[in-house]
Design a protein around this ligand. Structure first.
Ligand SMILES: [Zn+2]
Length: 257
């Protein structure tokens, strides 16, 4: 096994840790956006209630105006009734008055209906406003929590970055490059343990002499799995393989591909 492998294993551990931290950090803006969505939902509810209330007010004014017009007519007819000369004309005026009074009653009924609807909408509006207030409060708390968590994670990332630099210091340049290249292609993982003669990265059988090489303290070779390309190591005791046959595939020496 190449003497730098233990450092690479440490590097892998720190890199995995950092990847988890970064993923968590990246999830925060999404969480904040989701929180904002709740807020705009509550605001839209208020806007719709206010809109409905404005329409109702317009309607109420219309009925008020109509009722007032009919009342004015009744007053005019009553003024005229003192001056009429014939019974027919008088009856005609009385008919107009009772007709106008019916219209006044109708307009008042409409106004009442509209006012009841307005009360209902006002209740809705108050409910929406208190919901918005609640949402704003819980969001402010959530935002605080998220920001505190993000700050903590940034601190951990800084510590990990410093740790990583220490770990990577003794690793030769070409091995750093190889590690980085493989990790990029394999979602951040560059190493695989060989256990029970198998690459734990993909399950491929590793030939016994390579297992031996991996366990040898004098070997300076870097071996990569022929199938998945990960750098092999065997830092745990690996039971000796009884058969060398079976799979013809073997781990290969390092390539620069
Ligand atoms: Zn493999």
């Amino acid at each position: 096994m190449h003497p730098a492998i233990p450092h690479l294993i440490e590097l892998q551990r720190v890199d995995h840790q950092m990847a988890v931290l970064r993923a968590e950090l990246e999830s925060f803006p999404k969480r904040l956006r989701e929180a904002d969505t709740k807020l705009s939902g509550a605001r839209a509810e208020i806007a719709s209630a206010k809109d409905a209330l404005a329409k109702i007010t317009t309607e109420r004014k219309k009925f008020e105006f109509a009722g007032q017009e009919w009342k004015d007519r009744v007053r005019k007819y009553r003024d005229q009734s003192g001056a009429v000369k014939t019974n027919d004309a008088y009856r005609a005026l009385q008919h107009e008055i009772s007709n106008a009074e019916a219209e006044i009653a109708k307009a008042e009924d409409r106004q009442l209906e509209v006012m009841m609807r307005a009360e209902e909408v006002e209740r809705r509006l108050r409910l929406a406003e208190s919901r918005l207030k609640e949402t704003e409060e819980s969001l402010a708390a959530e935002r605080k929590t998220i920001e505190a968590q993000a700050g903590e994670i940034r601190k951990q990332l800084e510590a990990s970055t410093a740790e990583r630099e220490k770990i990577i210091a003794p690793v030769p340049e070409d091995l750093r490059d190889l590690y980085a290249r493989i990790a990029r292609r394999h979602g951040g993982t560059a190493l695989a343990q060989v256990r029970e003669d198998q690459c734990r990265g993909c399950g491929l059988r590793v030939l016994p002499h390579i297992v031996q090489e991996l366990r040898s303290e004098t070997s300076e070779e870097v071996y990569r799995c022929e199938s998945c390309g990960l750098i092999l190591h065997s830092l745990e005791p690996v039971p000796y393989a009884k058969t060398a046959g079976g799979s013809a595939k073997a781990a290969s020496p390092p390539s620069t591909s």
